[in-house]
Design a binder for this molecule. Structure first.
Ligand SMILES: *Cc1c(COP(=O)(O)O)cnc(C)c1O
Length: 348
């Protein structure tokens, strides 16, 4: 087997030398007492980046989404409206139902990954008619949906619709930095339509752990208390915050991941029998499928060739490109996929 190329997720990035040096030298306090200087600096930088009054450092984006929904929807029976193929609907639904006591309402998503506006409006209308509090969670980039970056106009329109029904607008922007870089917009512009926003530090930016919640100062105050209740308050977390601050300086570097993903998409599309999804604004994700081969089988065959991917629905598998990958990975992956397709032909 050749070198192992891991395309399962950009959470597989590991701290680089600058990040490790920042961690080693981090001045720390105790964030439970609000006096960890690195955490305070990170939260200030996060608020600026996201264009919100305040930001809160949390251990993961899953907890950030949960805290945001709990802060926006303190009453049980709140409706949580989100695309059926979002991280919230697919990976966080059990926790959201159990801990936030929401009714999760999955919405049809269009080809761009945005929830269908008519479906959203119908859901908002029926919730409003029943007098139920509602939260709309948008996702950018759309991680199970080709990694497409949603344009600002799309987010504005959907957020405006949600707000016209009195709903809280949350943006799961775990990869919002990727969307911003791909669209050539500041992160804060893309966060502006949302009342609260999740921003992951441990994906393409490479921090070992952590996520930011950006919102109004009063919302972040509530979130801080919810974080404590959930056991998400950490102590010398300045060590992690220092790594995250180092990661934040690498937002523009994500363009290199996007260029490599584009090269990978072109290379994979050259293999006969392979379908490569073409999002209107590609970021660091490439999804492919091969007719007659299930996603799990395709994953297995690629894995035998040293290339690791994750299976999605409808036969698609997902490659997530990140800074651990180099240009010379592209021909290796293309060869490995060609071999996997050839096997299909040989085996009938
Ligand atoms: C990765 C991801 C999350 C969860 O992030 P963790 O830090 O692993 O909990 C949430 N939402 C989206 C869109 C993601 O891509």
């Amino acid at each position: 087997m050749t070198v192992l190329l891991d395309f399962r997720s950009d959470t597989r990035t590991v701290p680089d030398a600058a990040m490790r040096a920042a961690m080693a030298g981090a001045e720390v306090g105790d964030d439970a007492y609000g006096d960890d200087p690195c955490v305070l600096r990170l939260e200030e930088a996060g608020a600026r980046l996201l264009g919100k009054e305040a930001a809160l450092f949390l251990p993961s984006s899953t907890m950030t989404n949960l805290v945001a929904v709990l802060a926006a929807a303190p009453d049980p029976g709140t409706r949580l409206l989100t695309g059926a193929h979002t991280h919230v609907a697919r990976m966080e639904d059990v926790g959201m139902r159990r801990f936030a006591r929401v009714d999760l309402v999955p919405l049809v998503q269009g080809d761009d990954g945005a929830p269908d506006a008519d479906a959203l409006e119908a859901a908002l209308r029926s919730g409003a008619r029943a007098g139920r509090p509602q939260v709309v969670s948008l996702e950018n980039t759309c991680m199970l949906h080709t990694g497409n970056a949603l344009e600002l106009a799309v987010l504005d329109r959907l957020a405006g619709l949600a707000r016209s029904y009195g709903a809280h607008v949350h943006l799961d922007g775990a990869r919002l930095a990727n969307a911003a870089v791909a669209l050539g917009l500041p992160v804060e512009k893309l966060a502006a339509p949302a009342d609260s926003v999740t921003f992951c530090l441990a994906k393409g930016l490479g921090a070992p752990a952590g996520s930011l919640l950006g919102a109004s100062a009063s919302f972040v105050d509530q979130a801080r208390s919810l974080r404590l209740q959930l056991g998400g308050t950490m102590h010398q977390s300045g060590v992690l915050a220092a790594a995250a601050l180092s990661g934040l300086s690498g937002v523009s570097r994500l363009a290199e991941d996007h260029a490599l993903a584009a090269a990978l998409a072109r290379g994979l599309a050259s293999v006969p029998g392979v379908e490569v999804a073409e999002p209107s604004c590609r970021t660091n994700i490439v999804t492919v499928r091969v007719r007659g081969v299930s996603a799990v089988e395709l994953m297995r065959r690629l894995g035998e060739g040293g290339v690791r991917v994750l299976p999605l629905d409808d036969g698609w598998v997902r490659f997530v490109v990140h800074r651990e990958h180099r240009r010379d990975a592209v021909p290796v992956v293309v060869r490995t996929l060609a071999e996997a397709v050839r096997l299909r032909t040989v085996l009938g």
